[in-house]
Structures are given as structure tokens and as C-alpha cells.
Write a protein that binds this ligand. Structure first.
Ligand code: ASP
Length: 345
């Protein structure tokens, strides 16, 4: 397909990629999209149209929250028919959360939404931002013979790899190779050629209809188990007023200490309508609560499996499902179903 038919909306939210060093203080400060374009003159060499949308002021991704995810969905919805793909420049710290949230909020997505950023600011000679941005745009603009996007889903492009957004985690605070998709193959690799993993990519919906969702309920918490964890710590989390869901980060294949108080507290929480989802602290692999007694007891307490979910995906999916106002039973059922390719059941 002629790439002239592509057009990209580049949404600049902020992050290191758009920063420059203050010569006096040495601190990194945001600069504008215009300056960004000045540092990457190659942008003008794409044969297709690239329009831009800038957050003003740009945000460090530590400040990004569900309100910003809603805003991003609104921007994409408002421009959906006008562009063939979207590239979101985003700080790396919470990029995997945003990508996960968008994958649930943009139901029926049939175009590429690629998040990227960098470890070194674009104004620095050895920046990784240039390569990440240019390749993201190229992939977002890639169409098949019929004019359909090659990557009709929310993904993250970083250091030569295109990964499913809701499968990706930031794993390194300083290497260029900062993101990993441990439990799902990469969607594309960029070398001399960009090689797409067609078997793994979301298939094209023949009746595409974008169905945006805006409701999220952030009354959730993450409870990480560790040897020696005390009852009052667990109790103080499970008793938070208004809390509706907990992501329980357990050991290995979903195991937790066999303490009477832990099971009692979890079981009471589940009975009173709290949704407790078990995911593993390990980077790779899946929860299998039936495997050991120490996992089985959680299943009996009413905890549901998050399978091979990343923390980022589990948290945002829980917010998304709770935002729909579903009953705890429905939320539990849906947590165990893949909604956007986020788990392998
Ligand atoms: N603190 C920055 C952010 O997440 C880090 C980065 O972009 O890499 O916005």
C-alpha cells in the first residue's frame, strides 16, 4: 500500500524524550514539540502527513493518572477518522500503565496506537529518542494492501522492539533496552527491515467500530507479600474504606504464607465484595493456584487468578472493570478472561 495514504497524529505528553538540560542547574526541563521537531529534522522526510498535538505543559509521566488516560482516549476518538495511526510520546516511568489502560479503554481499536519515549533526552547527542520516535512513526504508518494498519492495537516501541502494551513492563532505569514483554512474544523487530510477528498481532476486525470507555474506578491497591509480612499491614490495606479491589503479588506460581490470619482476612474481604486478584512477583510465568497447597488455600479464600498478567495490566484492568459498576462476581469472571490480549488463560 502506498504510504502516502497514511497520516499520523503525534501526541506529545512529555517525559525525558522531550527534555533538555538546563545549562545552569543541570536539571532536565521540558521543551516544546516545535523544539523537538528541530532536533529531529528527519521527521519532514516521511512521505506521509504527521500532525501534532501537545500537552501544555508537558507532563512527567509520574504525574499521569486516570484523568490523563481519559484525555488521551478523547484525543484519539476525536481524531480517529482523520488519521491512520497514533504515536504517543510519553515518559517511560508509567508508560506501561498508560498502554495497559488504553488497551482496555479503546475497545474495537483498528488502528495503531504506539507509545514511545526515551532514556536520554532528544537534545543529547547519544539519545535513543530519535530512533524510537522515527521507527514508531514508520510502524504506525504501515498499512497492508487493503489499507488496514499492520498493528491494530495499543503497543510500546522501545529499542528495536514493538511489544503489546498490556504485556510490557519497564525493567531498567538506565539501559536503552528498558522495556520487556516477558510473557508474550514481541509484535515486531526493527533491524534493517521491520519484521512483523503476524501470528501474534491482533487480527483486523472486519466490522471495525471503536467503542471508547471513560469510566475507571481507582479504588484499588497493590499488596505485595514478603516473608515476615505482619497482620496489621495486611489488615490496614484490606480495611481501607471504599477499597474495591486488590492486586495480590504473591510468590512463584501464586503462593503465600500459610498463616491462619492471612487466609481469614482475605476470605472475609472476598466475602464482603472485595475483588482480590493473584499475580506473581516473578517477571515471567503464570499463577497456578492449584499447584501447591500454599496457592490452593488462596483459591479457597475467594482470590481469583490474574494468570500471567503484568502488575500494570492487572491494576488498570481492575480499575476499568470496577469503573463499569459491575458486581464483584462479574469483575472476578472478567479478570479471568482476556479482554485485549493481556493474559494467556
Ligand atoms: N521521569 C521521566 C518520565 O517518566 C522518565 C522518562 O521519561 O524516561 O516522565
Amino acid at each position: 500500500m502506498n504510504p502516502h495514504n497514511s497520516s499520523i497524529l503525534l501526541i506529545y505528553t512529555g517525559g525525558t524524550i522531550g527534555m533538555i538540560e538546563n545549562p545552569e542547574t543541570g536539571a532536565l526541563e521540558n521543551f516544546s514539540l516545535e523544539q523537538l521537531q528541530k532536533h529531529i529534522p528527519e521527521l519532514s522526510q516521511f512521505s506521509f502527513h504527521i500532525a501534532t498535538y501537545q500537552f501544555d505543559p508537558p507532563m512527567d509521566s509520574s504525574d499521569i493518572d486516570p484523568e490523563v488516560w481519559r484525555r488521551l482516549v478523547q484525543i484519539i476518538v476525536a481524531n480517529y477518522d482523520r488519521y491512520t495511526g497514533f504515536v504517543i510520546l510519553h515518559g517511560t516511568d508509567t508508560m506501561a500503565y498508560t498502554a495497559s489502560a488504553l488497551s482496555f479503554m479503546l475497545e474495537g481499536l483498528n488502528k495503531a496506537v504506539i507509545l514511545t519515549g526515551s532514556q536520554l533526552p532528544i537534545g543529547v547527542l547519544r539519545t535513543d529518542g530519535k530512533e524510537n520516535l522515527l521507527t514508531s512513526i514508520e510502524i504506525a504508518g504501515a498499512l497492508d494492501e487493503a489499507g488496514n494498519s499492520l498493528v491494530p492495537e495499543v503497543s510500546i516501541f522501545f529499542e528495536n522492539h514493538l511489544m503489546r502494551g498490556n504485556r510490557t513492563t519497564k525493567i531498567n532505569a538506565e539501559n536503552f533496552n528498558a522495556f520487556r514483554s516477558f510473557n508474550f512474544p514481541v509484535l515486531a523487530r526493527a533491524g534493517i527491515h521491520i519484521k512483523y510477528n503476524n501470528v501474534q498481532l491482533h487480527p483486523h476486525d472486519v466490522h471495525p467500530k471503536l467503542k471508547p470507555h471513560y469510566l475507571l474506578d481507582a479504588n484499588v491497591a497493590i499488596l505485595k507479600i514478603f516473608p515476615g509480612i505482619q497482620e496489621n499491614v495486611v489488615a490496614s490495606i484490606l480495611n481501607i474504606e471504599g477499597l474495591k479491589g486488590v492486586i495480590l503479588e504473591t510468590y512463584g506460581s501464586g503462593n503465600a504464607p500459610r498463616k491462619e490470619w492471612l487466609l481469614r482476612r482475605l476470605s472475609n474481604a472476598c466475602e464482603s465484595g472485595m475483588v482480590v486478584v493473584n499475580i506473581t512477583q516473578c517477571n515471567a510465568g503464570s499463577v497456578e493456584m492449584e499447584r501447591y497447597e500454599t496457592g490452593y488455600q488462596l483459591l479457597q479464600a475467594g482470590v481469583v487468578s490474574g494468570y500471567d498478567s503484568t502488575t500494570e495490566s492487572a491494576v488498570t484492568k481492575l480499575m476499568f472493570l470496577l469503573g463499569h459498576g459491575h458486581t464483584p462476581e462479574v469483575v472476578r469472571q472478567q479478570m479471568c478472561i482476556s479482554l485485549a490480549g493481556e493474559i494467556t488463560v
